[in-house]
Design a protein around this ligand. Structure first.
Ligand code: SF4
Length: 227
């Protein structure tokens, strides 16, 4: 068992991680936003595809889909079975095909082909939860007022001792209280990148982690071996 340590300070830790992730591969949604110039429609749809799917699979499926359907109008016109084939093998591809098609139809019908820019409107789209809505607002709309919490952010914020929560929704609420506002928009990028490369769900690589000396590692049962 690691010795009991106090929670990591939020702002200095995020600053450290910001430097450390500079050389690491970006998460899929950021890559898509970079490649497709931060287009809100692409960010929204690829975030919907990304749920419980590995990043390389999300990236490849999104790019295949956008090559055929680069706009809400084009996506709304595709059949569900065509969308299924384009996005396979993302997990739950059948449900996701239905959701992205219906979302595209709503964007065309009710929003003039644009992605809405409020949480309320985004949450009314089929298959869009708080994670997708927050990430769309942050990455595509450049919002500084949202924190996007996925499984990486939820797990690592608890390991750091920033929050003591059971669900990503609880973590999001708690982080608004403990994290300085200037970091809200970047918490996701920092912790997701760190979670994919170092602070992994199982066997985190504590031995090669820059936070090794101070991290309280709350809930970490086994650490990964460092070669
Ligand atoms: S890898 Fe280990 S030391 Fe590094 S942040 Fe995760 S739990 Fe803390």
């Amino acid at each position: 068992m690691p010795p009991l340590r106090p929670p990591l300070p939020v702002a200095p830790t995020l600053k450290k991680l910001g430097k450390a992730i500079a050389s690491l591969e970006l998460p899929a949604i950021e890559k898509i936003a970079e490649e497709l110039m931060g287009d809100a429609f692409h960010v929204l749809i690829s975030t919907m595809l990304s749920a419980q799917t590995k990043d390389p699979v999300t990236l490849a499926a999104s790019l295949r889909l956008f090559e055929v359907a680069p706009t809400p109008e084009a996506l709304a016109r595709l059949s569900t079975s065509r969308i299924e084939k384009l996005i396979y093998p993302v997990s739950f591809y059948r449900n996701k095909a239905v959701h992205v098609k219906e979302t595209a139809r709503i964007l065309v019908r009710e929003h003039g082909g644009q992605v809405p820019t409020t949480m309320e409107e985004l949450l009314r789209l089929p298959g869009v939860g708080r994670k997708t809505a927050n990430l769309t607002l942050i990455v595509a709309c450049r919002s500084q007022d949202n924190i996007c919490v996925d499984t990486h952010v939820h797990r690592i914020a608890n390991r750091f001792g920033w929050v003591r929560t059971r669900t990503p929704e609880q973590t999001e609420r708690a982080l608004y209280d403990v994290a300085p506002r200037k970091w809200w928009a970047t918490i996701n990028l920092h912790l997701v990148t760190w979670g994919q490369h170092v602070c992994k769900p199982v066997y985190p690589q504590c031995g090669r982690c820059i936070l090794n000396d101070t991290c309280p590692r709350i809930g970490v049962v086994r650490e990964g071996r460092v070669a």
